[in-house]
Design a binder for this molecule. Structure first.
Ligand SMILES: *Cc1c(COP(=O)(O)O)cnc(C)c1O
Length: 345
């Protein structure tokens, strides 16, 4: 398997759009820019943003210890996931593999791109990948395997040995969606990018980093994969305000780390308290900033919580999640309110 053989032929042949900001690079001081049909009157956003997000990538590179050539940024990780499907999957021919119950966007994005989704459920109760079933369901058109660890909605991480086995034996791209990695004891797969040419890691500023509103997703992979993603991404996909706000937020790593520590502590408090609620039958262990619980009647409890002013996520229709609810860890006060309301239902 080579990466080049996995890329769609039309993408391999693609000559990308070259923007004004791509064509002129160099020292921008004291130059007059009449190349991009912008309005010249300065207001902070009258110029197009840097299409390669140089400053922001340098900061992310420093924080994540990954070279900038191995980083692509997206309008949320959802855009990154869409670009990956479009890079590797030929519509009406190729397929992706997903492991339900998991993040809903993988299948939606596949559907948008007329790409088939093959589903192999995680194991019951432990929510681990069933590696033999995955490899036997995969076929010559299976281009991407999506692994979500910690998994949404179950909250657990996948065993390292299973992921390693899949990286070595699945004959396509393995995407590790690490949206919740900062809440986990498990190590990120970022440190192992060099070892596995077919590994792609995605992360986001939407969860632990507290910036869901700016829409910034991160994709880490070999230079080869990133170079091709760069050909197909919209030229100015990360707007100026997002780049500026991300720079600002990411320079406060001490604050972010202390918030993460608080949320992990609160998660553990919440887990203990949830175990005391009589209609909660099971509290699943979590390595994320949410907890999945199984209750007596998910639809009823979901509705009752809304009547009490609390909105959670009902996952009862997901495979292996009958009567399961997903609760996001909030502030200490919010969690207290949740527990109090649950105990009084
Ligand atoms: C929330 C979430 C994302 C987030 O995506 P953004 O588009 O970056 O906000 C990605 N993957 C999973 C599993 C998630 O739960």
């Amino acid at each position: 398997m080579t990466i080049q053989n996995l890329i769609r032929p039309s993408i391999k042949a693609l000559k990308p759009y070259s923007s004004a900001r791509d064509e002129f690079k160099g020292n921008t001081d004291n130059l007059t820019f009449l190349d991009a049909n912008e309005n010249p009157y300065a207001n902070g956003v009258n110029r197009y943003p840097d299409p390669q997000q140089g400053k922001l990538k340098a900061l992310i590179s420093h924080i994540k210890k990954v070279p900038t050539e191995s980083i692509l940024l997206g309008n949320g990780s959802d855009e990154v996931l869409d670009l990956l499907i479009r890079m590797f999957c030929e519509p009406n021919k190729d397929n992706i593999l997903i492991l339900p119950p998991t993040y809903g966007m993988y299948e939606v994005l596949a559907n948008v791109n007329a790409v088939e989704t093959i589903k192999i459920n995680l194991s019951e109760e432990t929510f681990q990948p069933q590696i033999d079933a995955i490899l036997s369901e995969a076929n010559a058109n299976s281009k991407i395997l999506f692994l979500c660890s910690p998994n949404n909605p179950s909250g657990n991480c996948f065993e390292t040995s299973s992921v390693e086995f899949l990286l070595k034996n699945f004959k396509g791209i393995v995407v590790m969606d690490e949206a919740y990695i900062d809440f986990s004891k498990g190590e990120s797969w970022l440190s192992r990018l060099k070892e596995f040419p077919n590994l792609v890691v995605t992360q986001t500023l939407s969860k632990a980093f507290g910036m869901a509103g700016i829409r910034l997703g991160m994709c880490f992979a070999s230079e080869e994969i990133i170079a091709t993603l760069n050909k197909i991404k919209p030229p100015y996909n990360i707007n100026e305000l997002t780049q500026a706000k991300a720079m600002e937020g990411l320079s406060e790593m001490t604050l972010i780390k202390s918030q993460i520590a608080c949320l992990i502590e609160q998660r553990d408090v919440l887990v203990k308290a949830l175990k005391e609620v009589d209609f909660i039958e099971k509290v699943y262990p979590s390595e994320a900033n949410f907890v999945m619980v199984r209750v007596d009647d998910a639809n009823k409890r979901y509705q009752q919580l809304i009547e009490n002013g609390i909105v959670i996520r009902n996952r009862t229709t997901q495979p292996l999640c009958e009567n399961c609810l997903r609760l996001t860890v909030g502030t200490e006060e919010e969690n207290k309110k949740l527990i109090e309301k649950l105990k009084n239902l």
